[in-house]
Design a protein around this ligand. Structure first.
Ligand code: FES
Length: 161
């Protein structure tokens, strides 16, 4: 659900309350109650990131992730073990942040054209299909493990399974 759908689905009384406007009615009708997914969207709005099972969702409207709106920028999500790259205007790439060489997760630089450098020992890795170099396998080249990723408006969805 995107922000617009979320706003449409929210109880109008809740919205008025959040805006500090007086309420004519203090309760929501059954049909206007915040749906079960509302809690999910509130977390996404507040924290900008949410994981449910193997699905990771990131809001580029959140201040922590706005940089992903600009091609060439990436984030390193250490908690979920993933590098998320805004490769260009149309594509998001998500790859494992575990370096195939010796497993470092926090020393990444983006070199452009889908290539990352691990500054721990200076090895470069790609983000293409096939020739996947497994985490901590002593490989010094190849592709980082890729996860299916897409985005719609400002919401990125990554399948970490
Ligand atoms: S751990 Fe990344 S290059 Fe060695």
């Amino acid at each position: 659900m995107n922000r617009e759908d979320f706003n449409k689905s929210m109880c109008s009384a809740f919205i008025l309350s959040a805006l500090g406007l007086p309420l004519l009615s203090t309760s929501c009708s059954k049909s206007e109650e915040i749906p079960g997914s509302g809690e999910f969207d509130e977390i996404l709005l507040e924290q900008g990131i949410k994981r449910e099972g193997n699905t990771l969702t990131i809001s580029m409207d959140h201040s922590k992730f706005q940089e992903l709106k600009t091609p060439g920028n990436f984030i390193n999500d250490l908690e979920n073990g993933v590098l998320v790259l805004r490769k260009d205007a149309e594509s998001i790439i998500a790859v494992s942040n575990c370096c195939p060489h010796q497993g470092s997760r926090s020393r990444w630089q983006y070199l452009g054209e889908g290539k990352f450098l691990c500054t721990n020992h200076g090895n470069r890795f790609d983000t293409g299909e096939g020739n996947t170099a497994a985490c901590n396998s002593n490989r010094t080249s190849g592709n980082l493990k890729q996860y299916p990723a897409s985005f719609e408006e400002a919401v990125i969805t990554i399948d970490l399974s």
